[in-house]
Design a protein around this ligand. Structure first.
Ligand code: F6P
Length: 595
């Protein structure tokens, strides 16, 4: 029965219904309206009534209340509470803040001026980094920024070293190791001034709407931390988390030291000279280093001490929601070198028909892709194991003699080769995990992998976006039948939530993938994730730090595999496509995915 006819029969029946015990018949439109009403109960807009002095604040949900064509549901993906302008005094309108628990796009908090003064507000967070040079601070802050931005908390890193280098060029003062000697009064003064200057920029940014700001410097003395905290205490509504990175692992330290040689301070210097200057600089810092602890506890300042990037974590007085999120994240990552493959399932029967959602099986082509995928992953694992083994052995010999030229080692070559082979074999035999969603097309794509060789898990969190009452439709059908809705989604894909039971938005999917990201960071083995378009965009969005505006529009075709290798300076990406004629994978040269 077509929709119009069903509606007209139902409405005639309901209007003439004499026996009140008979059920009211509900059309799709009624059901959607009911669902909207149910959803709406959570929204502050329905709670603004009597109290003109109350200002209703929604968390970072964008405005988009939209009545659609007559026969279409009201879109409720993102709704701004209707503030009754006439009855609100200017002075009662406070900035958009939230108290404690806050998840952008999922939590709405009602705030009154009274609450604002009486309760603790965890609206903005400043993370003050602490640590000697080469302790992985910049690595940690970049990861933290990526994670928090991905969760929609606007986060920015403010690096003091960059300003120091700009100033060095401007004022031409010498910044070799002696500049960092605690007995160098001028050096100390300049460094404190730079730290404060960066802090002022950071505060300015928070005032203009930023949410989490990270002060990235050594901040290695109590005197310096006091300076920063005194200044921050003058700002209302800012919480501080001190985050110290300690590294005692000699191999990691040596690797970090070598990385510094190609960094901005030393890249144009002779490596031997650079290394000696850098060691001298670190020794100068060590002379006056105050590890985080007693002083912070005396002043009840929340802190987190990370030893060897998450191996050991000490947390004190973690009292804000955002700080708790940061600490939880930091507890869960490691520096293991590994491969992360991410792909969509093989072509499904619904893909052939252009239908969204559903639970269709693979097509013939999809099955061929799945078999080729298992061969391909095996080859790439071997290539990676060899690569890593070579580097490990190189690093071991460099750790013994940091400036040894690899060309000098010809007589050791044979011995080295055997060692590389043995190490590569061990790496290749280590555990490899495969995650799929719980939908047929994704599970079937993993069927060519031997479960005795691979640790295979089907995970509901990885299911495709639920398109509610639009499941099984084509985009053309949605566009023709629900044009306003179609347009609204194009305009705000991130927050648009499909109508109907279980319908989701990208933001909803981000929240259900949070535990997957934590697990991905926690585990140290390589893995292959076989999932769907939206989930893949969101996962790659996290791994490659795509902006929230570009992420929902990135082109991520089926039969393309993204191979990622996390590195100290970011993530290396290689993209591969399945060549059906050759029944094999070819590298997609050049670009990373485009929108
Ligand atoms: O068409 C495949 C599919 O995975 C659908 O199931 C899903 O609704 C769609 O892609 C998501 O892509 P977009 O967000 O671009 O509509």
């Amino acid at each position: 029965m077509n929709k119009e006819r069903k509606e007209s029969i139902f409405s005639r029946y309901n209007a003439t219904r004499r026996n009140r015990t008979l059920p009211v018949l509900k059309t799709d439109k009624d059901l959607e309206a009911e669902e909207l009403a149910r959803f709406s109960l959570d929204l502050p807009s329905f709670q603004v009534t009597e109290e003109p002095e109350n200002t209703i604040m929604s968390s970072d949900v964008t405005t988009n209340e939209c009545n659609t064509d007559d026969d279409q549901p009201i879109l409720h993906q993102s709704i701004k509470p209707p503030i009754r302008k006439k009855r609100l005094e200017e002075s009662t309108i406070v900035a958009r803040h939230s108290i404690g628990f806050d998840v952008p796009g999922a939590v709405h908090t009602i705030i009154t001026p009274k609450l604002r003064t009486e309760r603790q507000i965890d609206s903005k967070l400043v993370v003050i980094m602490v640590g000697l040079p080469a302790r992985g601070k910049s690595y940690i802050v970049k990861k933290l920024r990526r994670y928090l931005n991905w969760l929609q908390y606007n986060t920015k890193v403010f690096n003091v070293g960059n300003l120091r280098r700009e100033n060095e060029a401007l004022h031409q003062y010498d910044q070799s190791a002696d500049f960092f000697d605690p007995n160098n009064k001028d050096g100390n003064k300049i460094r404190d001034e730079l730290a404060i200057k960066v802090l002022e920029r950071l505060i300015e940014w928070l005032r203009s709407g930023g949410r989490v700001a990270i002060h990235d410097a050594t901040n290695s003395t109590i005197q310096r931390r006091q300076l920063l905290i005194d200044r921050l205490s003058k700002e209302p509504d800012i919480k501080v988390l001190i985050l110290e990175s300690v590294c005692t692992d000699k191999m990691v330290l040596e690797r970090n030291f070598r990385l510094k040689l190609s960094g901005p301070d030393y890249k144009d210097m002779n490596p031997a000279k650079a290394l000696s200057d850098f060691r001298h600089r670190v020794a100068n810092y060590e002379k006056a280093y105050d590890s985080v602890g007693d002083w912070e506890e005396e002043h009840d300042i929340q802190y987190c001490k990370l030893v060897n990037v998450g191996k050991k974590v000490i947390a004190y007085n973690i009292s804000g929601y955002l700080s708790g999120q940061c600490v939880f994240y930091l507890m869960n990552f490691n520096l293991a070198e590994r491969q992360i493959f991410v792909t969509r399932h093989g072509e499904s029967e619904d893909n052939l028909l252009g239908r969204i959602g559903g639970d269709a099986p693979l097509s013939g082509k999809g099955r061929r892709f799945s078999r080729a995928l298992s061969r391909f992953v095996r080859q790439r694992r071997i290539a990676f194991a060899l690569d890593l083994a070579k580097r490990k052995i190189q690093e071991e010999s460099e750790a013994k003699d940091p400036l040894k030229d690899s060309d000098d080692e010809s007589q050791e070559e044979e011995h080295k080769d055997a060692k590389v082979r043995a190490t590569a074999e061990a790496i290749n035999n280590s555990q490899f995990t495969i995650w799929t969603s719980m939908l047929k097309r994704s599970m079937q794509t993993a069927e060519a992998f031997d479960p005795d060789e691979y640790d295979i898990k089907h995970i509901r969190f990885l299911n495709e976006i639920n398109s509610g009452s639009r499941e099984g439709m084509t985009y053309e059908e949605i566009k023709a039948q629900y044009p306003t809705e179609f347009k609204a989604r194009q305009e705000n894909k991130l927050f648009y939530r499909y109508p109907g039971i279980g319908g989701e938005s990208y933001i909803d999917v981000i929240h259900r993938l949070q535990s997957m990201i934590i697990e991905l960071e926690r585990m140290s083995q390589s893995c292959l994730i076989i999932t769907h378009r939206v989930v893949l965009r969101i996962l790659l969005g996290y791994l490659l730090e795509w902006s929230q505006t570009q992420m929902p529009h990135m082109l991520v075709p089926i039969h393309t595999v993204y191979e990622l290798r996390p590195k100290p300076y970011g993530v290396e990406l290689t993209s591969w496509y399945y060549d059906e004629d050759d029944d094999d994978f070819k590298e997609l040269k050049g670009d990373s995915p485009q929108s």
